[in-house]
Design a protein around this ligand. Structure first.
Ligand code: GDP
Ligand code: MG
Length: 451
């Protein structure tokens, strides 16, 4: 995906401004890329529509070239569809908070129940796991094993004995709805502040499964119903999510098996179609393989352009477009380029220097790369110290800096007179260059950079 996008962006980057045709060409690529990542078709259509609208009306940024602006818009829209901010668990005003899990068989509910129990316990909660999956003979055992590993108690009928009793908690009948209800009641009595109800899934969506889940929901009045979905599910994500939305309804989503090579298209499909936020990502078989879901990180994963996005952020930070425009205007109006201006430019360069490593990836930055690669950040510190040791008069008019002033500045900045001389020479060159640019009428990008 990233290769193709990168190619498209490369095609765009030489143009000054995006035309409608340019945008549409990009949109076509993004559409294809999202479909490759297994995002559902209607979600792709809506998404690309949004991006197109925004790209057409985008304000031209001083710091980014048009291609970067499109990446930025795509990314922002993606984050938006994925839920914007991270959404955290909602706890009940009066304990216990009831969290019910729903999803297909094999989605990762039981595994997630253990992880969530562990996670909550680490945060000082006292969760209770409830085994309301009585569909498969070993489902209860599986949850008990997971719970033990997590160090969290479990409420369950004794395995292999439908009328038996759990070692810790009382006898229950073999009806999942009753087990769930009794589990919540037990949590209340024993002052567990969170209850996690594991439920049964089927291989496919079916009536009976949905009715059972809805009955468990009605009996326990959960604060959160979390729909657990396998990230590898692909195009089926939409149908499955819709079925669970209609059959049980859910307040949030857990994306499981994100440790596989799924691009995460399912994330966009589910949030795009149901509007429900993703709360957690399950990323492995170990108890600790659980992450709070971050829409921005997922967006990068879907686009597979994380590094480029980071770079864009840094470029915006480093390059203050307004400042550059001010400086250009100043030079063009014939005002002199001062040492203070020079210092500002050097500081901008230093900010750029911190992104040295990634420069090769940023489209349109090729010409700056060499200058920045040869740039020594400590140099800026030295220059800064020297300029700061000058009086305001000296900064405005460096011509007055004679021998004794040079010695004083060198002492004050902890450098040598040779350093001071070199700086003044560099500054004069930069100033000359700025004057030339001003005469030529051109707008300088970053003068002083060749220095
Ligand atoms: P359930 O039927 O919804 O309860 O699903 P399970 O929790 O039993 O998980 C089904 C299978 O997927 C098991 O073999 C789990 O070990 C595995 N599994 C669950 N979550 C993850 C995950 O995040 N990553 C990986 N790699 N495997 C997982
Ligand atoms: Mg299970």
């Amino acid at each position: 995906l990233s290769d193709r996008l990168a190619q498209t962006f490369k095609n765009l980057r030489t143009k000054g401004r995006l035309s409608e045709a340019d945008i549409d060409a990009t949109i076509r690529e993004i559409r294809r890329a999202l479909l490759d990542a297994d995002v559902a078709v209607p979600v792709v259509r809506e998404f690309t529509g949004q991006v197109r609208e925004r790209a057409l009306s985008a304000e031209v940024s001083g710091a980014l070239n048009p291609a970067q602006q499109v990446v930025k818009i795509v990314n922002e829209e993606l984050v938006g569809v994925l839920g914007g901010q991270t959404r955290t668990l909602r706890f009940a005003k009066t304990a216990p908070t009831v969290i019910m899990l729903a999803g297909l068989q094999g989605a990762g509910k039981t595994t997630f129940a253990g992880k969530l129990g562990h996670w909550l316990k680490e945060q000082g909660h006292t969760p209770l796991l409830v085994a309301a999956d009585l569909q498969r003979p070993n489902a209860v055992t599986q949850l008990s094993v997971v719970a033990e590993r997590a160090g969290v108690p479990v409420f369950a009928p004794h395995p292999g004995n439908q009328s038996g009793a759990d070692a810790e908690y009382g006898p229950v009948i073999g009806d999942p709805v009753a087990v769930a209800r009794d589990g919540v009641e037990t949590a209340r009595q024993r002052q567990h502040d969170v209850v996690i109800i594991d439920t049964a899934g089927r291989l496919g969506v079916d009536e009976l499964l949905m009715r059972q889940a809805a009955d468990i929901r009605d009996a326990t009045q959960p604060d959160e119903v979390l729909f657990v979905i396998d990230a590898m599910i692909g195009q089926d994500a939409v149908a499955t999510a819709k079925a669970f939305e209609e059959g049980v309804d859910f307040t949030g989503v857990v994306l499981s098996k994100l440790d596989g090579d799924a691009r995460g298209g399912a994330a966009l499909s589910v949030t795009g179609v149901t509007g429900r936020p993703i709360l957690f990502a399950s990323t492995g078989e170990k108890l600790t393989d659980l992450e709070v879901f971050h829409p921005d990180r997922m967006a990068s994963r879907i686009l597979d352009m994380g590094d480029v996005l980071t770079l864009i952020e840094q470029a915006e930070k480093a390059f203050d477009a307004e400042q550059a425009a001010q400086m250009a205007a100043k030079v063009e109006s014939g005002q002199d380029f001062t040492l203070a201006d020079f210092l500002v430019q050097m500081q901008q360069l230093r900010n750029m220097g911190s992104m040295k490593k990634m420069l090769g990836m940023l489209p349109g930055m090729g010409q700056m790369r060499d200058a920045i690669e040869n740039f020594d950040e400590r140099e800026v510190d030295r220059i800064e110290a020297i300029v700061r040791s000058m009086t305001p008069a000296e900064r405005e008019n460096p011509k007055i800096i004679n021998g004794s002033r040079r010695a004083r500045i060198a002492r004050g900045s902890g450098s040598t007179t040779t350093d001071v001389n070199q700086l003044l020479e560099r500054f004069e060159n930069a100033q000359k260059m700025m004057r030339q640019v001003a005469r030529g009428g051109g707008v300088p990008g970053m003068p002083g950079m060749g220095g």
